[in-house]
Design a protein around this ligand. Sequence first.
Ligand SMILES: Cc1cc2nc3c(=O)[nH]c(=O)nc-3n(C[C@H](O)[C@H](O)[C@H](O)COP(=O)(O)OP(=O)(O)OC[C@H]3O[C@@H](n4cnc5c(N)ncnc54)[C@H](O)[C@@H]3O)c2cc1C
Length: 273
Amino acid sequence: MNPLLTRPRVDVAGTVDEAVDRLAELGPDGAPLAGGTWLMRSPEPVGTFVALHRLAELRTTGADVWGASTTHTALAALPLHPAHRALGRAARLSAFPQVRNVATLGGNLCARGFAEADLTPALLALDATVEVATTAGRHRIDLDGFLRGPGGLLVSAAAPAPANRRSGYARLTVRGGGEYALVSVAVSAELAGGLAAGVRVAVGSVEEQARRVPEAEAALNGTPLDPDAARAAGEAAAAVLSARDDLLAPGWYRLAVLPTVLARAVADLLESP
Ligand SMILES: Cc1cc2nc3c(=O)[nH]c(=O)nc-3n(C[C@H](O)[C@H](O)[C@H](O)COP(=O)(O)OP(=O)(O)OC[C@H]3O[C@@H](n4cnc5c(N)ncnc54)[C@H](O)[C@@H]3O)c2cc1C
């Protein structure tokens, strides 16, 4: 029988350890199930889902830590520190209300091959770390390492919030909301004496995987984050990124609009209180 037509089994985990052990038993035939908004469109058949909705630990949030099962709607409604503004904006601008109400931070970061994931560039610019549970125990690693590594059950993401730090986010879609971004940019910087320091720039949806762009960061460091500096940083990013083509846009278009989207992300950062 066509595996896409068979009904998957759903096991409901009662604890994080139970989920990790069950996933280890299942191997490639199992997968965690959070909001299911990515999985429902996945062409890869899964034999058994391990549902995470009973895991209260994954739903807890604090001032600088967000459980993996926190929904986009909940993230968008949090009173975030200005250093974390990009995360709230990314959550608010992604998808549309019905999806945001169930889609989770963990699902966004763990959906493999998802170039357009909005929360990923925001959390990369926030210099986030993630707590991961495996059969070998728990560990905390930086988000970039997690995205490029073997994975594990994501428990939470955390990011520091120094007093002078601000962040901003912008994305471009073909039409209005409810669409994947053609380009998304998150910027984080410390503003001391009117000049930017410790700038972090992450670009999503251009390459296959969102990533930090050191060339854009160098172009913004020491500037007042004015529109000219922002556009120059966008051009520096466009010069080094390998843009992908898809049905929504060719790669050259993503690179052509990148300086404008980066300038909008910087403007969003400057709007932060
Ligand atoms: C119509 C529509 C529009 C969308 N628009 C956007 C958009 O504009 N921007 C955007 O970013 N996304 C968008 N999405 C994609 C999706 O909704 C989000 O990426 C969402 O964050 C996925 O979360 P989820 O909880 O539904 O994940 P799920 O579908 O449950 O899981 C996604 C993947 O992550 C794994 N996983 C889930 N939780 C964990 C965990 N804690 N640890 C380890 N692995 C885990 C799952 O096994 C699966 O492989 C859209 C989806 C739909 C259906």
